[in-house]
Design a protein. Structure first.
Length: 138
């Protein structure tokens, strides 16, 4: 560090260092912001993939179990592959969701109006086949 004759740091050097500190802080803030966006994206995509994937697995299990008619061996093996692959994907999505929740320092609550009847209809449509498979009525 350059000093003057009295051993003090030059004012222009101090100004340069202060500018560098400000720039470093700006970059850090930008990185935190981008990390938060990445975490939110991973969380959203994980939730959005789980529901349809669970429905696919459930319907494949219903077919495999013969609830909609008998299957030949090739069809049964094909469904087993679909179910296995679907479960593997579901596990991976679960791991992504765990990472996303752990990476975020806090959960944000997005309050919005919605039609509860639409949510109930969707939940029923997705879960009725699973309930029927287990001999339950919804």
């Amino acid at each position: 560090m350059k000093t003057n004759e009295e051993g003090r740091v030059r004012p222009e050097r101090i100004a340069i260092l202060e500018a560098q500190v400000l720039e470093a802080q700006r970059v850090i803030n930008e990185l935190h912001s981008r990390d938060a966006l990445k975490t939110q994206f991973l969380s959203n995509i994980s939730h959005d993939l789980r529901t349809p994937l669970t429905a696919i697995i459930t319907h494949a299990e219903i077919l495999r179990d013969g609830m909609l008619g008998e299957l030949n061996d090739r069809q049964t093996q094909s469904l087993a592959g679909i179910i296995t692959g679907g479960r593997q994907l579901l596990d991976m999505i679960g791991e992504i969701l765990i990472y996303a929740k752990g990476a975020g320092s806090q959960l944000d609550l997005n309050v919005s109006d919605f039609a509860i009847s639409e949510v109930i209809d969707h939940v029923l449509a997705v879960n009725e086949p699973l309930a029927a498979k287990k001999g339950l009525a919804v």
